[in-house]
Design a protein around this ligand. Structure first.
Ligand code: GDP
Ligand code: MG
Length: 161
């Protein structure tokens, strides 16, 4: 059986999720991983890194002109982050729903930010916002050899394929 065989290609969509420095400091790593596992997504990459400003400026290049940009880079480089690649059906859009509004004050209860955060400058988690951006972010943060293709025994239950 090959997961990338035609017909079930959709379940191999991938996204980049990161627990930001405040989330690591607040010991939310396990809680956040558990939400993605319980939802039924499959972990294919995971590491703890002290991000460099170079990688962060690439990661947030779209926000360079924003007034909060330098504070954002300062915050994101203030300590280790946990970067992950999660795989599954519609994982990009579903992850964004699970993460909640950028501003935790507007994030719905039940979302990571709506349950675990209070302020936009410390919102604990990142998730790619489109499939195209996810591809770029995954290749920015991970070498291909760091991603693991493996067959999950829950696949049949989660997808009926
Ligand atoms: P996200 O995709 O929901 O993370 O939001 P964006 O891509 O718009 O912004 C990236 C990150 O920049 C957010 O997660 C926040 O950490 C930060 N950020 C966005 N807007 C603001 C803001 O108005 N003030 C501050 N201090 N940080 C912000
Ligand atoms: Mg974003």
């Amino acid at each position: 059986f090959r997961l990338h065989s035609a017909g079930i290609a959709g379940i191999r969509e991938q996204t980049l999720v990161a627990v930001k420095p405040d989330g690591v400091q607040r010991q939310l790593v396990g809680e956040i991983i558990q939400r993605f596992e319980k939802r039924g997504f499959q972990l294919v990459g995971l590491k703890l890194v002290q991000p460099s400003r170079d990688v962060l400026s690439e990661h947030y290049h779209d926000l360079q002109k924003k007034p909060f940009y330098s504070a954002l880079i300062q915050y994101m480089s203030s300590g280790p982050i946990v970067v992950m690649v999660w795989e599954g059906c519609d994982v990009v859009s579903v992850s964004r729903m699970m993460v909640g509004d950028t501003n935790p004050a507007a994030a719905r209860p039940g979302t990571v930010r709506g349950d675990l955060c209070v302020h936009i400058s410390r919102n604990a988690i990142h998730a790619s916002d489109s499939v195209a951006v996810a591809k770029k972010e995954i290749s920015l943060w991970f070498h291909g050899s760091e991603l693991v293709e493996w067959e999950s025994c829950t696949r049949k239950n989660n997808y009926n394929v």
